[in-house]
Write a protein that binds this ligand. Structure first.
Ligand code: ZN
Length: 160
């Protein structure tokens, strides 16, 4: 037996003002998207914005349901909408933000495991890495240059 480490490289910015113009713009769209979220149960409003290789930006947000599993996360809402409308266009980046009715969200919010698995498939589909930009409502921003830094030992089609 030998112990091994998984090392993840990502960038942390003090706030959105340190980002390049493209990332800062996408993050603004994600913040806008939180305002249209439907989260009457968790009161936790998540917004996502996807930038496609053709320059189009698609917004998504979490849509909850009284039958809880029927709802969907903001990331998948945005990614599925983007893939439905532009199936042949790679996703360049996704920005994710959140705000809560209960407390200030001042730490970056990372995508859940199911959304990470979907990001893997989107990257595989287009053979193109996806930049992932995460913030809370305010505060620092984490930027990942592809899903593998957020999702080690990914499950791939080759295992089927
Ligand atoms: Zn999710």
């Amino acid at each position: 037996m030998k112990k091994q480490q998984f090392i993840s490289d990502y960038a942390v910015y003090d706030d959105e003002n340190e980002l390049n113009a493209q990332d800062a713009e996408l993050l603004r769209y994600a913040h806008e998207a939180t305002l249209n979220s439907y989260a009457p149960y968790s009161k936790f409003h998540v917004g996502a914005a996807v930038r496609l290789a053709n320059g189009v930006i698609i917004k998504g947000n979490n849509i909850e349901n009284a039958a809880y599993p029927s709802g969907l996360c903001a990331e998948r809402t945005a990614l599925f909408a983007a893939q439905a409308q532009y199936p042949d266009v790679p996703v360049e980046a996704i920005a994710i933000t959140a705000q809560s009715e209960h407390h200030e969200v001042c730490e970056p919010v990372a995508p859940c495991g199911a959304c990470r698995q979907v990001m893997v498939e989107v990257e595989q589909r287009h053979q193109h890495p996806m930049r992932i930009i995460c913030q809370g409502n305010t505060g620092p921003v984490m930027v990942f240059d592809g899903i593998e830094t957020l999702m080690p030992f990914i499950f791939l089609e080759k295992f089927l």
